[in-house]
Design a protein around this ligand. Sequence first.
Ligand code: HXC
Length: 258
Amino acid sequence: MAYETIIVEIAEGVALITLNRPDALNALNSQLLRELATAVEKADASDKVRCIVLTGSDKAFAAGADIKEMADKTFVEMYRENFFGAETDRFIKTRKPIIAAVSGYVLGGGCELAMMCDFIIASDTAKFGQPEINLGVMAGLGGTQRLTRFVGKSKSMEMHLTGRFMNAEEAERSGLVSRVVPVKKLKEEVMSAANKIAEKSLLATMAVKDAVNCAYETTMAEGINYERRLFQSLFATEDQTEGMASYIEKREPQFRDK
Ligand code: HXC
């Protein structure tokens, strides 16, 4: 499929997906979200992909949902279309890890999309915000829920109510991003993290993602039990045998995802 709003490049087990609407600071419209959902589904199903990186430009990861597309919509249209709901449901079902590599504006739906990824690496130019309040609306792609879990109620509430932006340093301090790197090194650092993930057993990688995400959905006791069962189940894999043998034999493991 030829994409018009994203670029997909696959190399060495990593699918690099770049949001590509430069004239609109990568604002998310229906076409982009449809293409993105399709691209991650394909990457999830492809034997050539073991980790996904989602990025934008130096100027903007994404400046939010496309205001020009939304401006004239009625409640009935938004409700019947379940605006962006189906596409984001498809996106978050991805079982392989997705890293968000963000620079510049990470606003509104753009911030919410970054938070749907498994972790965020930010450049030192990144600016995060949920400015929907300035448009007379509010976050609609999970921002009130995910940002609150990342940074706590007080900061989340302030961000959503005032629309103020958070810089990369504050975002790291608050737990929104895993780390901050100089903008010129963002791609190199993120690809190095993605390549590292791509070298592991995909079975263990997917189990980690599943278990960590479970922390958001269950009680501690249920989550720990789930983790224990997943851990035990990895002993049914050849990759566990290989991984532990390679350690004992002091050599690099050869994982085969079996
Ligand atoms: C549509 C957008 C856009 C957006 C930028 N553009 N953000 N178009 N939707 N969200 C377009 C501008 O219209 C302009 O095109 C071009 O990108 C460059 O933007 P400028 O404003 O000229 O750039 P700058 O002065 O650098 O300001 C950058 C900015 C500002 C601070 C990011 O563009 C801005 O405030 N954007 C809106 C941010 C926002 O409110 N996001 C939340 C959206 S609501 P033209 O052709 O006009 O020159 C949302 C809801 C999610 O995300 C839930 C959905 C279910």
